[in-house]
Design a binder for this molecule. Structure first.
Ligand code: ATP
Ligand code: MG
Length: 374
């Protein structure tokens, strides 16, 4: 597995998440009612990703400003995010600044030495607008800050829901934009072209596995047709079985196109350390969902995987220890892992999805008392 395994994330004061500490495993499946806070959790991880890219201001602006991200009604107006790996951690405390922006109240990298009880903290700064993580340090290899930088860069949130006519995945992209699959799969054609035409056997094998996984879900799919055009740009094209005609990405069904993105992400040779997806089952047939679960499990042997889902079919493919149940308690999101021992007897007779539907795992919608309720 690349990099350091992520052990825990702590979130305070972020949207519906007043205070949460969530231990991370290899597979993490967030389940819960509508509005419970699953996407908010994914957004907190996305925010960490934008922080490390020096785009906190852009993220805050695109998400409605600091006031939309700070927990409404909270006594303290601050967001604290902490990501712990072994032996390094990162902590950002963000507070409201001028013009509804968020600025760093503090930014700390932490190293836990096995020989010492107390971790050593390095305060990177206070009052700044964008991360100071990438500022070169005197320590060889960048020191703890360098490791933390890699840690945060390894957490990637992907979203492949957009399949409209001008979706990023359908656009023409520069062929050179092929190093990493982008979070919206906007460079899918360039990325697949590199894998398919690479002289590296691992890249070639990954390309074949991707095509094979797609053909399993969409048996009419033969292969991609990836040819750079003038100015070294490329777009997604493909062929069906039994015909030589070439189709555009627009002629692929929405579910197939999403599965193409998911298969490419999860079968790529260089997976990020933590792959995050919100409702990856969107628009997929139950058979495709079962294949997706298999891809997620395979990916979890090389990397950590975190998804939020509403799909009982998808849930059924995992273990009870993989689940994180998200519930609203007093208007705030709470996160808990069901106790496998307590459910052992039930699990001999029922699948995880059936236990979910019987409300034995929690996470069902509950009535919240309003201020005017008696
Ligand atoms: N700034 C905020 N302060 C407090 N609560 C907030 C804030 N912003 C959003 N919320 C709450 O978060 C909820 C949305 O949560 P979220 O999108 O994470 O739900 P979800 O679990 O992903 O649900 P779904 O299954 O429908 O996608 C809103 O209904 C609202 O109650
Ligand atoms: Mg959601």
């Amino acid at each position: 597995m690349p990099g350091q395994p992520l052990k825990q994330i702590q979130i305070e004061g972020f949207t519906s998440i007043r205070s949460a500490t969530v231990d991370l495993g290899r597979v993490n499946i967030l389940v819960g009612a509508n509005g419970a806070g699953k996407s908010n959790f994914v957004q907190a991880l996305a925010m960490l990703g934008r922080i490390v890219d020096g785009e906190l201001g852009l993220f805050v602006g695109l998400n409605g400003g600091g006031s939309a991200l700070l927990t409404h009604g909270s006594a303290t107006s601050r967001i604290r995010l902490e990501l712990d790996a072994d032996p390094n951690s990162y902590e950002a405390v963000l507070v409201p600044g001028a013009n509804d922006e968020l600025i760093f109240d503090s930014e700390v990298v932490r190293h836990h030495e096995s020989s010492r009880r107390e971790p050593s903290d390095q305060l990177l700064g206070r009052g700044h607008r964008e991360t100071l993580l990438s500022t070169p340090t005197a320590e060889p290899g960048g020191g703890t800050a360098g490791h933390v930088l890699d840690l945060l860069r390894g957490c990637k949130v992907y979203h492949f829901h957009d399949t409209t006519a001008d979706a990023p995945v359908k656009r023409m992209v520069p062929t050179a934009d092929n190093l990493r699959l982008s979070p919206d799969a906007g460079n899918l054609a360039a990325y697949l072209y590199r894998l398919g035409s690479s002289s590296d056997v691992a890249d070639q094998a990954a390309y074949r596995r991707i095509v094979g996984a797609i053909a399993l879900v969409a048996p009419f799919f033969r292969d991609f047709v990836l040819q750079p055009e003038g100015n070294d740009r490329i777009r997604l094209r493909w062929q069906q079985q039994g015909t030589d005609g070439v189709f555009s990405a627009n002629q692929m069904s929405d579910g197939t196109l999403r599965f193409v993105c998911l298969a490419t992400l999860l079968l790529q040779p260089d997976l990020p350390a933590l792959v995050v997806l919100d409702e990856p089952e969107l628009g997929l047939h139950p058979f495709a969902i079962v294949q997706l679960a298999s891809l997620l499990r395979q990916a979890s042997t090389r990397s950590q995987v975190l998804i939020a889902t509403q799909s009982v079919t998808l849930m059924n493919q995992f273990e009870v220890s993989d689940l994180i149940v998200v519930e609203r308690k007093d208007g705030a999101s709470s996160f808990s892992r069901p106790d496998p021992d307590a459910l052992e007897a039930w699990l001999t007779e029922y699948s995880l999805g059936e236990l979910w539907e019987k409300n034995l795992l929690g996470g069902r919608p509950t009535h919240e008392e309003s201020a005017t309720d008696d």
